[in-house]
Design a protein around this ligand. Structure first.
Ligand code: B12
Length: 212
């Protein structure tokens, strides 16, 4: 199985979409858990290509094709992640303004859906006013903010402030590679999670806390 996961990782890094999808199906058929497939193949692939990018050994077109291959692989995991649990509440999810990274957010969406949340994904590069409008219109149980750049994570406090001006008790969860628990606490977020699985666990905790 580890050889299969290694092939999957290589396929994602090479941007081979169909191959990535078919290897994910094969891994699932072989009895691997979605979490293992993500932790041991899909995420390491993006990490490695990211490191190459930092060393100027890979370039943006390669990141883009790898990202698409990862998305294709994730699509295959979606039906498995979507559990029977339903009706945990509504989460609005978006990547903050100036930031177009979508993969992590999409993974969080899938895990939240799998955990029984309804998710309204308002996309990437979302302006603060748009978060407020969406919040006002839908009154979600949780608002989730994603940022992948150390520059754009600085937008998070602004969004939190604007949404809390609308509803002081708004529950807001933050995440993304540069975001830490310490940062989340400092900006007054209600919750933080380092990955998509933990995000679903945290979201359940947050809605349970809300109804008490
Ligand atoms: C893929 C990628 C891209 C793709 C994005 C494609 C897409 N559709 O998303 C493209 C090529 C477009 C891109 C562009 C850029 N990128 Co880029 N990119 C990456 C890369 C390689 C992977 C990111 C990723 O998808 N990871 C996989 C996912 C699954 O992980 P994740 O995003 O961290 O998400 C997980 C958690 O963080 C968490 N999470 C995420 N969101 C949320 C939200 C909530 C609420 C919660 C609870 C949890 C949570 O759960 C997720 C799943 O487990 C990273 C390097 C890396 N190794 O991270 C660089 C990286 C993020 N990019 C970087 C940079 C600099 C850029 C560019 C500025 C490059 C340039 N010079 O033009 C542009 C910026 C564009 C913009 N304005 O946003 C830097 C950021 C440095 C920094 N700290 O600021 C990185 C770290 C690369 C590097 N080492 O230099 N990028």
């Amino acid at each position: 199985m580890s050889e299969l996961l290694e092939r999957l990782k290589q396929a994602v890094m090479a941007g081979e979409e169909e191959e990535a999808a078919s290897l994910v199906r094969e891994a699932l058929e072989g009895g691997l858990e979605p979490r293992e497939i993500m932790d041991k193949a899909l995420m390491p692939a993006m990490e490695e290509i990211g490191e190459r990018f930092s060393r100027n050994e890979a370039f943006i077109p390669e990141l883009i094709v790898a990202a698409s291959a990862m998305e294709k692989g994730m699509e295959e995991l979606k039906p498995v992640l979507s559990g029977e649990d339903k009706g945990r509440g509504l989460v609005i999810l978006g990547t903050v303004y100036g930031d177009i990274h979508s993969i992590g957010k999409n993974l969080v969406r899938m895990c939240l859906e799998g955990a029984g949340f309804e998710v309204l994904d308002i996309g990437e590069d979302v302006r603060t006013e748009r978060f407020v409008e969406a919040y006002r219109e839908h009154r979600p149980d949780i608002l989730g903010l994603s940022a992948l750049l150390s520059s754009t994570m600085q937008r998070m406090p602004e969004v939190i402030q604007a949404v809390r001006a609308e509803d002081p008790s708004a529950v807001i969860m933050v995440g993304g590679a540069p975001v830490t628990q310490e940062f989340a606490d400092r900006i007054g977020a209600s919750g933080y999670a380092p990955n998509a699985f933990e995000a679903a666990v945290k979201a359940k905790e947050l809605v349970a806390g809300k109804s008490r």
